[in-house]
Structures are given as C-alpha cells and as structure tokens.
Design a protein around this ligand. Structure first.
Ligand code: SF4
Length: 329
C-alpha cells in the first residue's frame, strides 16, 4: 500500500472541499472495496476523507417512496421493514451480496461505487487493463473471460459491474442524489453507471468533487411485487454469473407494469426496456416470460468462455418472473 494522508470530516462541505482541493483524494466509508484495491496498488489515493461522521445513515419513508442515506449499511438496509415490504428486490439483492461481516461494514453509496472483479484489473501483475491503465489493452478479451459481460461490451473492456443492489435499484427506477460544489443533483440509477466504450476508466456519472448523499426509490405496484434472483458458482459469498431483478404490477393476470434488470452479464446494471415492453399489457404465461427473456438477450455478444451466460440469463429472467407472478399465474 502506498502512503496516504487520512482525515475525518464532520460535514459535507468539508468533504466536498477536500475533494475539490486534491484530484487524488477519495472519500472512504465502509472501505470494504477501496482498502482491498489500495493494498493491491490498484487504487493509489494521496488522501482519504473519512465521511463516516456525516449524518447520512437514515432510511426514511417519504410521501412517494423511500430515501436511503448513502451511509446506511447494507445489513441495516436489507433488514429495514419498509424495504422488505415495499421493495423486496432491494432487500434480497443486498442479502445475496458479500458476507454478513462485509454487509455490516459496507455502505449503500460505496456499494454503487464498487469496482469490477475482473482479475486483470485487480492484479497488477497479471496483464494489461484499459480500466486500470487507459490505452494499455484488455487482457480479458483473449484471456480468462468466463465471468465477463455479454451485454454492453466494447473492444476496450468486457468487465461486468459487480453490484447486486445496483441492479435492483436500476430495475425499480431508483435515483442517486449527489452533492457537489454546484449544489444537489439527481441522477437516475439507470444512467449512473456508464458503458465502457473507449473510456472504461470512466465508470459512473459522479464528478470527482461530488459525493453520493442518498438514493431514493419510488413506491409502485411492481416494486412491491419485486424479486431478485442470483445464480452463482457457490451458494454464498460469490458474485453473480447471472442475476435478474424483476417486478410486476398486476391486475388479475394482466401485467400493468413490468420491470426487468440483469446483473452478471452487463458492463453496467442492465435494464431491459425491450423485455418490459413485451410484458406490459399482456396476460402472464411462461411463453410470454420466455419471449421477454429472448428480447433481453437479443444483443448479447458472448466471449470465448462465457457463451453459457446467454441461455443462463434467459432462464434466470423466466424463473424470476415465474416466482414474482406466483399465485397470479
Ligand atoms: Fe481491464 Fe476491462 Fe479488460 Fe478486465 S475487461 S482487463 S477491467 S479492460
């Protein structure tokens, strides 16, 4: 780990000022991702601004949904009654992430900011990586790519986004609220993470001098009837091969509103408007669910080792929709 300065900030203004003054400063909350990357020399901030004293941990019902403070811990968010009852996919995605110890430390804001698990990114001795060292090349394209993305890839990067929570947040129309020197702005969760394109080092819409203060999620029938299904190589403490966050607003067996987002297969949390369009207004059936799943993966571009993800993702969507449709079928 390279030497760095550390300070604890006690208000938002100090955090933003510290970021503005130093383009190699970073904020730290739970530290469950950042410290790992610093030990591996992947992240080399010159200053850490500890924001754990800021009053940003509350989880509150609002007139139109819920507001989750950026410093709320994953475990507290997953266990919160309103989240479990009104937004079950959010709670399930969190509980299927990491381990209990990590969930007790990791914050909601940090969860959105976590970086890819691509081995070439995380191990500086393995090979070239455009995300870590722009312009150096992508070792995964000709290398080990079983875990990599099939949607949203570019010739520069094929890494998946690792967050489960971000997938559920994208499905349920979440908003990421950020503060910076120019004030407050809201970023739709679907736009918060960026496609790699030619600049895979740019992963999100947050400016260097901005901090996430909260996420908001609107109430809706499809949020209340939502579900997160994660498929992985082992039953716990593992990242997704494929995952699906789905929600259905039903009137009898007719789908009034549908939400579908995928994890484990995209370079960002992957909302499928195509699948949602096929589902909306139709009567629930296995054939309809399969049609939606086909649409969601229509643009998939598998790599040498991960072709299996295309069919697996389709089945994940179908199973998730069957589950959430439940007794309405
Ligand atoms: Fe780096 Fe992306 Fe290639 Fe992985 S897939 S080696 S993160 S450029």
């Amino acid at each position: 780990m390279q030497p760095f300065e550390y300070s604890r900030v006690h208000d938002e203004a100090a955090a933003i000022k510290g970021l503005t003054a130093n383009n190699r400063a970073k904020v730290i909350a739970g530290g469950t991702n950042l410290l790992d990357l610093m030990k591996e020399h992947v992240e080399t901030p010159s200053r850490l601004l500890d924001i754990n004293d800021l009053a940003m941990s509350a989880i509150e019902r609002t007139s139109d949904g819920v507001r989750i403070g950026a410093l709320a811990r994953m475990s507290d968010t997953a266990a919160h009654r309103s989240i479990k009852e009104q937004f079950p996919a959010l709670s399930e995605a969190l509980l299927l992430s990491a381990s209990p110890q990590l969930r007790n430390m990791a914050s909601i804001g940090g969860n959105l900011m976590q970086r890819t698990r691509c081995a070439y990114f995380r191990d500086i001795t393995l090979g070239a990586c455009n995300k870590r060292n722009p312009g150096s090349g992508c070792s995964a394209i000709a290398g080990e790519n079983r875990m990599h993305a099939v949607l949203g890839t570019s010739p520069a990067c094929i890494a998946t986004h690792p967050s489960d929570f971000a997938v559920a947040l994208a499905a349920l129309d979440g908003i990421v609220q950020v503060h910076g020197p120019k004030g407050s702005r809201d970023i739709p969760a679907v736009d918060f993470h960026l496609l790699p394109g030619e600049t895979p080092q740019r992963e999100h819409a947050l400016a260097h001098d901005e901090i996430i203060v909260a996420v908001r999620v609107p109430s809706a029938p499809h949020a209340e009837r939502s579900y997160y299904l994660k498929v992985r190589d082992r039953a716990s403490y593992e990242f997704a091969l494929t995952s699906a966050a789905v929600g259905l607003g039903l009137d009898g067996s007719t789908i009034r509103s549908a939400r579908v987002a995928l994890g484990g297969v995209g370079t960002k949390p992957w909302r499928s408007r195509e699948a949602e369009a096929i589902l909306t207004g139709k009567s629930i059936s296995d054939a309809l669910f399969r049609e939606a799943a086909e649409a969601a993966l229509q643009s998939a571009k598998p790599q040498r080792q991960n072709g299996f993800k295309v069919e697996l993702a389709k089945r994940t969507i179908v199973r998730a929709l069957q589950t959430v449709a439940g007794g309405a079928a």
